[in-house]
Design a protein around this ligand. Structure first.
Ligand SMILES: Cc1cc2nc3c(=O)[nH]c(=O)nc-3n(C[C@H](O)[C@H](O)[C@H](O)COP(=O)(O)OP(=O)(O)OC[C@H]3O[C@@H](n4cnc5c(N)ncnc54)[C@H](O)[C@@H]3O)c2cc1C
Length: 401
């Protein structure tokens, strides 16, 4: 295809993506319940209230940490003093919160539990309950609705090997459940002593943890609603720029071992890193070769990248240029370039492509590329919340949450 016609095709596809995004939005809105509409309005109000947003994040982050009402009351009063009461809340909620901040000191076991319960209720569309009964009910309900779930354990980088061992155990236990098909793992959550100066040593230690996880994935099978069985699926999330080579090297080297040839596993690449496209090309060439040797395909999920603030701080502290692109336009262009590259039918057979974005234009663009390449393996992912993941019926056909 000539350069001119490729350009014309992209422009024409962009126009269709805008129309499809509008249709997806209309279809998703038509299914919203009154409670979801009210919650969306409330979220929108919170986004316009920067101090309220900060307070909510701090409360959610800190109020669930302790089980002691006195400790939570103390934190609540400190945070209210620091941020003030949030404007986005209803007046009665503000009064309740203020009363909680003052009275919590005197009657913590009476005042604090309803506040924590309220916070849990507010966040339940984003964070799943970990308690056995509730989780079981939720998983069964999503399965009945035909939605496939990818579970993440909350919590980011860990500090010691004790915590790493507990995390590993928790992942193994999740995979042993018959109602869990798919989990996401952060390398930094299963190995605490990442040191890139000792690159080979670190890769070997990470590989040892990955082997344990992948062996568990092969050991336990998931029964899909139509009855067929597949090994459990593990996706490696991508975190900071410095984790890129480490994660991809460990992923490739373990999957090259004979016992893991039949395993289909996944990894994430972030389009905000300029080198991600180079890594995608190298991974694709390797995956095509692995398939030629009889191995299973891999899955590649493309995201834009969630750690921009952290990357900026890292660069400023060291006086380095930042690792990610500096403009959104460059990130968006790289994202589209990577999706287009991955949709090529021959590549897509060895590398099943997933895109994870809340941006409906990108989801629509991905759906169009999938239709053009007739690659049914491409799965756009719309988001992790309960409501957003319902999406429109059209989107749900390729949607995972
Ligand atoms: C299911 C799922 C899984 C995910 N897994 C991961 C993961 O493993 N690792 C990870 O890092 N993220 C992950 N993310 C988050 C993702 O990287 C994005 O941060 C998030 O989805 C927002 O991007 P968007 O495409 O939805 O929205 P958009 O609004 O289209 O894009 C926002 C993104 O653009 C980029 N951006 C915005 N402004 C600038 C700027 N000035 N300079 C440079 N870049 C800019 C940032 O990456 C920002 O996150 C995941 C998201 C989902 C939904």
């Amino acid at each position: 295809m000539g350069a001119m016609s490729a350009m014309t095709l992209r422009k024409e596809r962009a126009g269709r993506a805008v129309e499809l995004a509008a249709t997806l939005l209309r279809e998703a809105r038509a299914q919203e319940t009154p409670a979801e509409i009210a919650q969306a309005r409330r979220l929108a109000r919170m986004m316009d209230d920067p101090r309220g947003k900060e307070l909510t994040i701090a409360l959610v982050d800190q109020a669930f940490r302790s089980r002691r009402p006195e400790r939570i009351a103390d934190q609540l009063s400190y945070l209210l003093h620091r941020y003030g009461t949030p404007h986005f809340m209803e007046w009665w909620e503000r009064v309740a919160l203020m009363l909680g901040g003052v009275m919590g000191h005197y009657l913590p076991s009476v005042i604090v539990p309803p506040i924590v319960a309220r916070l849990r209720h507010e966040t339940e569309s984003l964070i799943l309950p970990g308690e056995e009964e509730e989780l079981q009910r939720y998983l069964a309900q999503r399965r009945r609705a035909g939605v496939r779930l990818n579970l993440n354990l909350l919590g980011e980088a860990i500090l010691g090997e004790g915590e790493a061992a507990r995390r590993l155990e928790a992942y193994l236990a999740l995979m042993a459940r018959e109602d869990v098909e798919y989990i996401s793992v952060k390398v930094s959550s299963v190995f605490s002593q990442i040191n890139l100066v000792a690159f080979r040593h670190t890769v070997e230690r990470v590989k040892a943890r990955l082997r344990v996880l992948y062996q568990q994935a092969l050991r336990h099978h998931y029964r899909h609603p139509d009855g067929h069985l597949t090994p459990k699926f593990i996706n490696l999330d991508m975190e900071e720029h410095r984790d890129l080579d480490l994660t991809v090297t460990a992923f490739r080297e373990v999957l090259d071992e004979e016992e893991f040839a039949p395993l289909r596993a996944g990894v994430v690449l972030q389009a905000y890193l300029p080198e991600s496209h180079r890594v995608q090309r190298a991974l694709t060439a390797w995956a095509i070769e692995r398939r030629r040797r009889g191995g299973a395909p891999i899955k590649l999920r493309i995201v834009k990248g969630a750690n921009l603030a952290m990357e900026r701080i890292e660069a400023a502290v060291h006086g380095w240029p930042q690792a990610p692109y500096t403009t959104k336009a460059e990130v968006d262009a790289n994202f589209k370039r990577m999706v287009e590259y991955g949709c090529h039918p021959e590549r897509a057979q060895a590398v099943h492509l997933g895109i994870a974005s809340h941006n409906l234009f990108d989801v629509a663009h991905g759906l169009l590329l999938r239709a053009e390449s007739e690659d049914e393996s491409l799965s756009p992912i719309g988001g992790e919340g309960r409501t957003s993941s319902r999406g429109s019926p059209r989107m749900r056909r390729g949607l995972r949450s």
